[in-house]
Structures are given as structure tokens and as C-alpha cells.
Design a protein around this ligand. Structure first.
Ligand code: MN
Length: 246
């Protein structure tokens, strides 16, 4: 079976699509109230650049948070998942699996505070089939957006939908194009940040700042997410790749 995969990759009948945003000093990070702790943006310092500090070597020290850029949220990231899996404890088999793409980019373009509801997902399921034991990728068109943070007005998932996805569907996690899995205004929801609260409370995961979801079919792609196994880490910058049949 793996020989078939290798042949399909070689012939191009299975394509590898990078869902990861490039990581640099320009990478946007979440905007939190100033009295709260803040994640670091990406920065770097040269260790040596083929110079006196290392005549044969170019390399850098880097500084960033566990939640900078395209990243993975582990259950322990939220109070509802306190004491459960950190990012180093996520079983590798959970990092490779099927993904569906729910495209609500038109709705999010019309209303940046658009919220995905259970009825939207059920409507999608009636057309495309059941949710997988894998990832629900929520497309909003945000990856192509110039004003990415949009003064905190970014689409997300309604409270009732987040709870239902976490507790009653087989998905392992939710992936989004925005800076976090919750809506920009979700700090004012009840409970606040319901996607984080319910998904991590149910041992499920988050992926953020994805791009290229437009290149994926509604169902049938396979996702490989590879967070660093940071011991006691709440998450990690992550390369996310999709395998798609052509
Ligand atoms: Mn995060």
C-alpha cells in the first residue's frame, strides 16, 4: 500500500499541498487585552553568517511563542483540558488523518463576525457525507485577507456548534485560517472562547492560520500535522501538509 502511495506521489496523481503560512517577523499574532500575558511574535538573531563567528555556518536563534503562526493547540492549552495531553503527548496516529473542508468564505466576506452553526454543518453533511474521524477545516477566505486581524472582527464558531462538534461528532479537531480557532469576538461569548473550551475539554485539537484550503476538495484529503513535541507544551508552530488525489 505504501508503494502505491510512493508511486502516486511520484506520478503526481497524489499532490502534496502546503497548508502552512510562511513564518517570519511579519507573521501576525493574536491581539489580546493589554492586561493579559502576550505571545511573542517571531524574531531571530544571527548566530553566525559564514563569518568570524562561524566561517562555514549560517544559522539563527529564534524566539516565538507556542502559538505564533500556523500552529497546533493541544488539550492542555485550555482550563477545560488542564492536566490532560500536552503537545508532546498527542499520539502520532492522531496527527495523520482525513479532512473535510467546509467553505463559508462567501458568508465571512459578507460578515467578518460570521459564526458557523450546527445547522450549517448538518446541511453540509447532507450534501457531502458524514464528518470523519479527522479534521474539520473551516474555510473563511481569511488566508487571502490583507487586514488579517481586522480589529478583532474575525469569523468563528457559535457556542452551540463548538459544543456539538466537541462532544457529539467524531472529529479530532478543527482547523481554521484565522489567528485562533475562536471568533475574534469570542472573549465575550458564554462560555468565552467556546471552541477552545469544548474542543480541548473533549481532548480534541486546534490548527490555526492555515492557507490553501481552496485547493482541497470538500472531502477526501488527508492531513499531516507535525507540531514539535515540546514537553509540557500547550501547542507548537506546525507544518501542515495535505495529500490530495488529482
Ligand atoms: Mn493557539
Amino acid at each position: 500500500m505504501l508503494a502505491g502511495l510512493v508511486a502516486a506521489l511520484s506520478s503526481g496523481s497524489i499532490e502534496v499541498i502546503d497548508l502552512t503560512a510562511p513564518l517570519s517577523e511579519e507573521t501576525p499574532i493574536i491581539n489580546l487585552p493589554p492586561e493579559r500575558g502576550q505571545p511573542w511574535p517571531f524574531s531571530r538573531e544571527v548566530i553566525s553568517d559564514y563569518d568570524a563567528l562561524g566561517p562555514h555556518v549560517y544559522w539563527n536563534n529564534i524566539r516565538l511563542s507556542e502559538h505564533t503562526g500556523t500552529h497546533f493547540d493541544a488539550p492542555v492549552h485550555w482550563l477545560s483540558g488542564k492536566g490532560s495531553q500536552d503537545v508532546s503527548q498527542v499520539p502520532p496516529a492522531r496527527l495523520v488523518g482525513p479532512a473535510v473542508v467546509l467553505d463559508f468564505s462567501a458568508e465571512a466576506a459578507a460578515d467578518p463576525d460570521f459564526l458557523l452553526r450546527r445547522s450549517h454543518v448538518e446541511q453540509w453533511v447532507s450534501v457531502h457525507g458524514p464528518l470523519p474521524e479527522g479534521w474539520l477545516l473551516y474555510r473563511t477566505g481569511w488566508d487571502g485577507r490583507e487586514n488579517f486581524l481586522n480589529e478583532g472582527h474575525t469569523p468563528g464558531i457559535a457556542v452551540e456548534c463548538a459544543r456539538w462538534l466537541a462532544e457529539e461528532t467524531p472529529i479530532v479537531g478543527v482547523g481554521v485560517e484565522t489567528v485562533g480557532t475562536d471568533a475574534g469576538l469570542a472573549g465575550g461569548f458564554e462560555p468565552p472562547y467556546p471552541c477552545h473550551w469544548y474542543l480541548h475539554g473533549a481532548g480534541k485539537y486546534g490548527l490555526t492560520q492555515l492557507r490553501n484550503l481552496a485547493l482541497l476538495p470538500p472531502a477526501g484529503a488527508v492531513i499531516i500535522a507535525s507540531p514539535l513535541p515540546i514537553v509540557r507544551g500547550s501547542g507548537s508552530p506546525t507544518r501542515v501538509l495535505a495529500l490530495v488525489e488529482r
